[in-house]
Design a protein around this ligand. Structure first.
Ligand SMILES: C[S@@+](CC[C@H](N)C(=O)[O-])C[C@H]1O[C@@H](n2cnc3c(N)ncnc32)[C@H](O)[C@@H]1O
Length: 275
């Protein structure tokens, strides 16, 4: 990507969270062999949680909820460096991952998944044709987006690229119904059962903020309303029902997968487009 275009996107994208994931992916671009734990790191997932059996539980749950089969052309919006594609793409006929982060797309391509393509693109204007896929996955993305206009736009695009009869899964949204205090207690309890987190050289987190990100943050603060990118954004399930109904889709609210650390505190949405 040309440098000016890169700067323009850093300045004006209302979904800056992609820069955080881009930075994480950049750290691993030169690493020779990529593991599931590496791509989990890029997705900001804790490597102590995501080996088996939790990973397989998630992949099987997604495949079942979305009814992914060898007849499905599947797209994932916000795929990062291919964490989900690593286990899911082989279950579909084809897989296309879309992410705003160029470094994520480069890293994911290095996984060499046989039927998968990774492209740099914005989920609000997906570079795919109308009605070109059977299944759309968007997991752990909207949970970081508090602005309803942005996620409504994302869902409209997912609907646009979906074939009649197709399905969309919005995975892992923080539920407003359980008590926040219980959620915090659950995270604390789960974390206490994990071994200590060990950083390695390639993955030092927290030291990546180069000067230009600070400059961009200052620029934004002067010219735009503050961005609330709190990772613990809570969403009303009713909002997703309303968006589904406005698009003429059937909406089902389902629970997270059983081994998920946030089971009981996060929900997912399955939309079905009329045949
Ligand atoms: C927490 S990661 C989740 C990655 C993956 N789906 C997973 O479950 O591990 C969120 C990803 O969404 C991407 N993202 C955020 N806004 C986006 C947008 N408007 N279009 C495409 N990707 C976006 C970010 O760059 C980041 O890679």
């Amino acid at each position: 990507m040309r440098y000016l275009e890169y700067l323009r996107r850093l300045m004006f994208s209302p979904s800056e969270s992609w820069m955080y994931f881009d930075q994480r992916a950049q750290k691993l671009l030169k690493k020779p062999d990529l593991s599931l734990s590496d791509v989990a790191y890029v997705s900001s997932r804790d490597y102590r949680v995501w080996p088996e059996p939790v990973y397989a539980d998630m992949i099987n749950w997604i495949a079942e909820a979305l009814q992914v089969s060898k007849d499905s052309d599947l797209a994932e919006i916000g795929c990062a460096a291919g964490f989900v594609a690593y286990g899911l793409s082989a279950k579909a006929r084809s897989y296309t991952g879309v992410d705003l982060s160029p470094a994520c797309a480069r890293l994911a391509t290095r996984l060499r998944l046989p039927n998968a393509a990774f492209i740099v693109g914005d989920g609000r204007s997906v570079p795919l044709e109308d009605a070109s896929v059977d299944r759309v996955l968007c997991t752990d993305v909207i949970v970081n987006i508090p602005d309803e206009r942005i996620y409504e736009n994302l869902i409209r695009e997912m609907h646009r690229i979906l074939r009649p009869g197709g399905k969309i899964l919005l995975g892992n949204l923080n539920d407003t119904r359980p008590l926040r205090a219980d959620f915090d207690a659950r995270i604390k309890e789960y974390s206490a059962g994990l071994p200590p987190y060990v950083e390695d050289e390639a993955r030092e987190s927290g030291k990546w903020m180069p000067w230009h990100f600070n400059r961009i943050a200052e620029y934004r603060a002067r010219h735009f309303a503050p961005l609330d990118c709190d990772p613990a954004v809570f969403h009303e399930p009713a909002k997703f029902e309303a968006i589904g109904s406005a698009l003429g889709m059937e909406t089902n609210i389902i629970s997270a997968h059983k081994l998920y650390p946030y089971y009981g505190f996060r929900y997912s949405v399955v939309y079905t487009r009329a045949a």
